[in-house]
Design a protein around this ligand. Sequence first.
Ligand SMILES: *Cc1c(COP(=O)(O)O)cnc(C)c1O
Length: 476
Amino acid sequence: MKYTSTRSNIEISASRAILDGLSSDGGLYVPTTLPNLSIDDCYHLTYQELAIKILSLFFDEFSSESIVDSVSKAYNFDNFNHPSITGLRKFNDNKYFLELFYGKTSAFKDQALSIYPYLLKLAMQKHDIEHLTILAATSGDTGKAAMEALSNVDGLSIAVLYPEYGTSKIQKQQMQTQVGDNVLALAIEGNFDDAQRAVKDFFLKHETLNISSANSINIARLLPQVIYYYDLFVRLDPKKKVDIYVPTGNFGNILAAYIAKSMGLPINRLIVCTNENNVLYKFFTTGIYDINEQTFKVTSSPSMDILISSNLERLLYFMFNDKDKINTWMKSLNEHKRFELSSRELKQLQEVFGTQMASDANTFKGIKDVFASSGILVDPHTATAIPQDPNNDNIQVIVSTASPYKFPTIYKDLFDLKTDDPYQILSEIELRSQEPYPDTIRILNTLDLRFKDVVAKKDVESTLLDYIKKEQSYEV
Ligand SMILES: *Cc1c(COP(=O)(O)O)cnc(C)c1O
């Protein structure tokens, strides 16, 4: 399996694509062709066996023994607190929750990031790289999941940058208490965009260093997400059409579902679910992607607060298979902050994708209604994906992306509590709901705060350089 860019005709190996992250032409790496996999060949497989089958298709450059080894280190019961790795919970007659939050950091990022270090190490071996430092800007979930996955892994180190005031209290504490000799969490003065820009600038300026990125532009993060969609169909064995509702930010999770569909998984429709940062909702409704008038809103689902949705470029490539067009659209996005599909292209998109948008008020009402009717307590990201069309008779699967224990603030009003202390709210969640309180969150308050530094934007570069020098000379 070779990989190419969405913007040019280069062809490279999987290992090169994993190490580079982003193509130097500005495009994203995609497989040159998508493999086929019939669900009929999967019905008898466990999650781990499915993982081996699917990863072997995309990463045939790595030996089967090394893939088997990586899967057993990633998808096991040290890393996931669920006998099936993911949960599948019936909500009512035709609705289910696909719960992807049983990993160590209680959000769906663990599904891909738990295997990411092993894929990275296989790629490093192919290119004789002894030590690689991973840099990531995060609004909370990616940074913690990546640090947890890389903690004390030989040959790897990681630094994450998060906005001092841009995460939930639990998310911040999760990062500040992370153990491991090879991890660093840095708060930066500014918002998530400032953190993202600082990391991007650093990559551009220091291309010759052994550094790489851990966000969902990397194929080693995107492709392992295909596994849980196949696993969903193995477990559901549906007799009716299945529509999947996905809370969407950077378009990675829903793109993995689209890739699965393209490989032959009989998904009917995919619903792009957004919060009030609704650029994608407007795009799938009108065919116009426009961020000129759009102001960044802070919502109750912060991991979906995003205006530039990177992985959309990959969807446009898979859907329209025309690199000239991608270049035109991305140039327009860069220069005019907008691009527009033709009405024929929009129609093609809408044959597969539906969309819906939830305000914070909708989100709150969704949580309340689901809890009242089923006793299931969903998190605010998941709540944006509660189906809004009452006339849909298909099976509807709602992708649950985080545990409610990670974003407690919203339940204060739901349970009519007087306290603002997140840990008191968490105890109330445990008392009133059936959702398991993750041990990793329960013990957070007893752990040392290891990382308390806040750096000014101007000092980010020197701080990262010092860190990389220390980590990489330590190894050699
Ligand atoms: C990252 C994240 C999302 C958005 O996923 P994308 O793949 O970026 O679309 C949704 N919910 C939660 C809890 C997340 O952490």
